[in-house]
Design a protein around this ligand. Structure first.
Ligand SMILES: *[C@@H]1O[C@H](CO)[C@@H](O)[C@H](O)[C@H]1NC(C)=O
Ligand SMILES: *[C@@H]1O[C@H](CO)[C@@H](O)[C@H](O)[C@H]1NC(C)=O
Ligand SMILES: *[C@@H]1O[C@H](CO)[C@@H](O)[C@H](O)[C@H]1NC(C)=O
Ligand SMILES: *[C@@H]1O[C@H](CO)[C@@H](O)[C@H](O)[C@H]1NC(C)=O
Length: 743
């Protein structure tokens, strides 16, 4: 592979000499700004003449694109250039963007789109105790956390006992107007905002004002901190999965919780140059074609450098086709429950007690009850939405010091601002994700909420209620994919099973930014060093840590090998708990200890991904630009030939038959014999034949191939789950096999 370090220092010069983003804020000649938006011009891996600097190259290109801009002003329209792949970020009109897309060598031109941010107990629940076997190399592993930054003073990021950064580390700490400092735990920290748009809530440094980034970083690599809790809830030791690993911070999301594609791509570019080992990306947006999506492009180059990107599957579930971050070179992590849940009782004046969910840390006290629909502020434009407790809908005098019953899930901001003493939510969504609110609150099931309504309006002359402090109870149904976790298949490549696996993502206790509100309500003034948050955002850093743990034992493994280890050792989950089956949980629930020793791995190299892209309809020229190689869309490649550790077959109604080819690499004992064990759903018209059904290895690193013939008949809107396990008595290397018809 041709090196892509063609202008080695250039991006650094931009990003380091323009610390504080002064350059990015440079005033632009106002006259030329009209109708211009920020676009990413992506040019793949193509090489330029070494005689010309990147800046000159892109300026030359831009000068032919920009219309009505005097050449001396061209540079004002160039926001970023990338180093580890070819591309730049520029301010263009729609017409100019179209023009750019026709230039030879340009793979895609796409608008700078917004993405969004989608313990303690969790590691124990995963069977990964604090005293687990550790590799000496763990402290050489650096995790790049792409998020809202970090709160470096958190106890979770102390660096006592840490040596200097790993020798290959080339990153730095971008400090600025702020007192932000790195240490031997947080070895690098940078921030990105190409459009230079900051709000008054932003601190222009890698410091985290939101809490999300601090939370994710400490789940992955926080030090063990005893006696952590959210104001008494979830009391225990908060710890990351790889407490000796280093953290490199790439702040790409800001106080408005927007994360822009140009900045995500810049963070990948920087992380590759800095020398991170694993990237953790708890950010996502709408699913887009591979090469119009900053994350897919960035992660593709990270993959080329052996860096696995672990990403959140998204919080758009439980509908099908909601999974984001679906590229096969990404690890897509769904969120599942753990055996600890929180319930919150509402006691009514008539003695009735109703169990809801929330994270209520406030003390019990009785207050009168009122239905939001009976407390409308008639002089407000939103008065007709008072039953939903919409912003500016409630009458302050009516709700003051009362518990308000609100229809459907609300964040509690309006009752809180209106001076209410509490809130009861009549929720139509599944109650598997307790939230924090700025005031005492409990989220009730529909039938219970109707009881409260009837009591409040009809039964009692002076209805009163008490919202009790939440209690921790055992959840015997765990692990189960939580309802909000995005489901597959992906719209653009349904033949790759996504999400890949699940990890804990509900009520995870981890470090937080003390200047961020505890709940999602900005005016919530409570400040906590540890907070409990849910999301695939929280599941992702669990998987990141497990990938780092595997990497610490196997530093030379490719990103695909590490991912394979995580997937083939995952604990199967049950379709009895999740109707969407593998489309909800992929290979299953992550199993850190087993992942370290998978026996066999499904490896994939750049060439294999190229063949996959050919099968996705990318033409040879485009792929050539992307990979920098003259490729090779030979034969009739199909996406099921990608050596993926799981098997998915989207098919139309009726009979189906497909032969999949897979190749496993022995990473266990030199001499080992694996037998194929197939499990199939009973009473379903599916047959699976594996050939050969025995694989005998003679050395470590040996590769052997096999085929899986899957045939049968499928009905309308059906999904058949089967699996193949290669078993040598010591390792069970499992791949789910899913056939589905969704039309
Ligand atoms: C650094 O600044 C933040 C606010 O910007 C403040 O909360 C924090 O206490 C300061 N830390 C130190 C070590 O001075
Ligand atoms: C009315 O409610 C809507 C929906 O939540 C909100 O966007 C809007 O700002 C509210 N109007 C006022 C005046 O607060
Ligand atoms: C009702 O809404 C109006 C307009 O938003 C506001 O000025 C007023 O204070 C509110 N009245 C009460 C009693 O909440
Ligand atoms: C590709 O498929 C077509 C039709 O299915 C067939 O005619 C052709 O020979 C195949 N090409 C290769 C290289 O296998």
């Amino acid at each position: 592979m041709a090196s892509t370090r063609l202008f080695p220092y250039y991006s650094y010069i931009i990003l380091s000499l323009t610390i504080c983003l002064l350059w990015l804020n440079a005033p632009m000649s106002q006259a030329h700004q009209h109708h211009r938006k920020t676009y990413i011009i992506y040019m793949g891996d193509r090489t330029y003449s070494n005689h010309i600097s990147a800046k000159d190259f892109y300026l030359g290109m831009l000068s032919t694109i920009l219309e009505g801009v005097p050449s001396k002003h061209t540079s004002e329209y160039l926001l970023y250039t990338y180093e580890n792949f070819q591309g730049c970020v520029a301010k263009l009109t729609k017409k100019e963007a179209k023009k750019a897309s026709r230039i030879k060598g340009v793979v895609s031109v796409f608008p700078n789109r917004k993405s969004h941010l989608h313990t303690t107990r969790s590691w124990d629940f995963m069977g990964f105790p604090e005293n687990v076997e550790r590799s000496m190399m763990e402290s050489d592993v650096t995790i790049g956390v792409f998020d809202t930054g970090i709160w470096p003073e958190s106890e979770s990021f102390r660096d006592e006992g840490f040596g200097p950064p790993p020798s290959k580390w080339k990153g730095y700490c971008q400090t600025c107007h702020d007192n932000f400092t790195c240490n031997n735990k947080i070895i690098g920290a940078r921030y990105f905002r190409a459009n230079g748009e900051f709000t008054e809530d932003d601190i222009v440094s890698p410091r985290d004002t939101d809490g999300h980034g601090t939370h994710c970083a400490s789940i992955a690599a926080g030090e063990a901190v005893k006696k952590a809790s959210l104001l008494g809830l979830g009391h225990g030791t908060a710890r990351g999965g790889v407490p000796s690993a280093r953290i490199a911070v790439y702040k790409i999301c800001w106080a408005d919780e927007n994360c822009w594609g140009a900045d995500i791509l810049a963070a990948f570019d920087a992380a590759i140059s800095d020398g991170v080992d694993i990237i953790s990306l708890s950010v996502g947006g709408d699913a887009l074609p591979f090469f119009q999506d900053a994350t897919a492009i960035g992660a593709f180059y990270a993959m080329k450098y052996g860096i696995l990107t672990s990403s959140a599957a998204g919080n758009e579930g439980p509908g099908l086709y909601t999974v984001g971050n679906y590229a096969p070179w990404l690890l897509s992590v769904g969120a599942s429950t753990m055996d600890r849940k929180f319930t919150t009782q509402l006691q009514l004046g008539n003695g009735m007690s109703l169990e809801g969910v929330s994270l209520n840390t406030f003390d019990d006290k009785s207050f009168p009850l009122i239905y939001g629909g009976d407390a409308a502020n008639t002089s407000s434009e939103n008065s007709s939405y008072a039953r939903y407790c919409y912003p500016d809908s409630l009458d302050r005098t009516l709700v003051k010091d009362k518990i308000v019953l609100c229809d459907y899930f609300r964040d509690g901001e309006e009752p809180f601002l209106a001076g209410a003493a509490g809130m009861i939510i009549h929720d139509i969504l599944p109650l598997d994700d307790p939230s924090s609110f700025p005031l005492p609150a409990s989220d009730l099931r529909v039938d219970d909420a109707e009881r409260v309504l009837s009591y409040t309006r009809n039964l009692a002359s002076t209805p009163i209620g008490t919202i009790k402090r939440s209690v921790q109870v055992k959840d015997t149904s765990a692990p189960k994919t939580v309802s909000f976790s995005s489901r597959g298949p992906s719209l653009f490549s349904p033949g790759i099973l996504k999400p890949d696996l699940t990890a804990p993502g509900v009520n995870i206790l981890a470090a937080y930014s003390p200047i961020a509100p505890v709940s999602s309500v900005k005016s919530d003034q409570r400040s906590v060093p540890y907070n409990m948050v849910s999301g695939t955002s929280m599941a992702c850093p669990h998987a990141t840590a497990v990938a780092a743990y595997v990497k610490s034992f196997h530093p030379t493994w490719s990103e695909a090998a590490i991912k394979s280890a995580l997937m083939t050792t995952a604990i199967p989950m049950s379709s009895a708990k999740n109707d969407e089956a593998e489309l909800a949980y992929g290979s299953g629930h992550i199993n850190p200890l087993k992942a370290k020793d998978p026996g066999l791995v499904y490896d994939i190299d750049v060439g294999d991904y190229v063949k996959f892209l050919c099968s996705q309809g990318y033409d040879e020229i485009t792929i050539g630009y992307i990979t920098g190689e003259t490729s090779c869309c030979q034969g009739n490649g199909t996406n099921w030939d990608l050596n993926y550790p799981s098997i998915a077959l989207p098919t139309s109604l009726g009979p189906f038959e497909t032969v999949f080819t897979r190749t496993v690499t022995n990473v266990g004992s030199p001499y080992s014999t694996y037998k194929a064990i197939v499990t199939m759903p009973k009473d379903q018209a599916i047959v699976i034949k594996v050939h050969p059904s025995v694989l005998s290895f003679k050395y470590v690193g040996q590769k052997l191939s096999y085929t899986v013939r899957v045939y049968g008949t499928i009905g309308r809107r059906a999904l058949m789950s089967a699996s193949l396990v290669w078993d040598d008595g010591q390792h069970q290397v499992r791949s789910p096999i899913v056939v589905f018809n969704l039309s």
